[in-house]
Write a protein that binds this ligand. Sequence first.
Ligand SMILES: Nc1ncnc2c1ncn2[C@@H]1O[C@H](COP(=O)(O)OP(=O)(O)OP(=O)(O)O)[C@@H](O)[C@H]1O
Ligand SMILES: [Mg+2]
Length: 238
Amino acid sequence: MAVVEVRDMVKTYNSVHAVDGVSFTVEKGAVFGLLGPNGAGKTTIIESLVGLRRPDSGTLSVLGHDPVRSPTPVREKVGVQLQVTSLFPRIRVVEALSLFAALYPRTQDPDGLLKRVGLEGKRRAAAQSLSGGEKQRLALALALINDPELVFLDEPSAGVDPLGRRAIWEIIRELQSAGKTVFLTTHLMDEAEKLCDEVLFLDRGKCVAKGPPGELISRREAENLDDLYVKLMQGSGA
Ligand SMILES: Nc1ncnc2c1ncn2[C@@H]1O[C@H](COP(=O)(O)OP(=O)(O)OP(=O)(O)O)[C@@H](O)[C@H]1O
Ligand SMILES: [Mg+2]
C-alpha cells in the first residue's frame, strides 16, 4: 500500500524549476531516501508533502489525503523534522515537547522521547541554548511526539556527531520495526545505503535514478552509493 504518492509534481520559484515533473510512490513500512545536491528540490518536495508549500501542478497524496486540501488528517498522523526548526527563543526543551504534545490527540511521553534522542540531561535547558546537534535531536523528538504513522526527516543527521547519528539510525530502524514509514533526505550516502529500502536521486528538480540502493549500485556498476552519486551527478552534467 502506498502511503505517499507524487505524480508529475512541478514547483517553480520565479525562473527556478525547483521540482520539474517528479513522480514516485513510497510503500507503507519503507524507509525512503531522497538524495541529491544542494538545491536539487528535496526540501521543496518534503515541505509540499506536509502542506507547507503548494505545488504549481501535479498531484500529491499522503496517507490517502491531499496535504493542501485536507491538512488536518495529514498533520495528526504525520511527524515532520524540517531542515531548520524555529522555536520560541526562551522555551525550555521539555516545554517545547509539552507544547507540541498539546496539539495532538495522541502523544508519546516527552521524557521517554528525550531519553531516546539522548537529551534527558537537557530537559530544563532553553531550546535556544542547545548546540547544533542537540537542536537536531530535539527536532527529531518533536517530530515523534504524536507517535506518527509516517515521519518526514529533512537531513536528520546534519551536524550530529557519530554516536548521535547511530542513535538516530537506531530510532529509524525501531520506527520501521513498529510498522511506520520513514521519508528522509540526506547527503550521507552511507546513511542512505544502510537505512533505505529505496532511494530517489534528484538533480535540479528531476529524478535521475530510483530504486533499492543495492539494485542501483549493481545496475550502474558502482562500488557503493557514494560512487553512484558521483557517476549520476557527473553524468547529468552537474
Ligand atoms: N522560497 C523560495 N524562493 C525562491 N527560490 C527558492 C525558494 N525555496 C527554494 N528555492 C530554490 O529552489 C531550489 C530547490 O531548493 P530546495 O530547498 O528544495 O533544495 P534542497 O534539495 O533541499 O537543497 P539542500 O540540499 O541544500 O537542502 C533551489 O534552487 C532554491 O534556491
Ligand atoms: Mg533541503
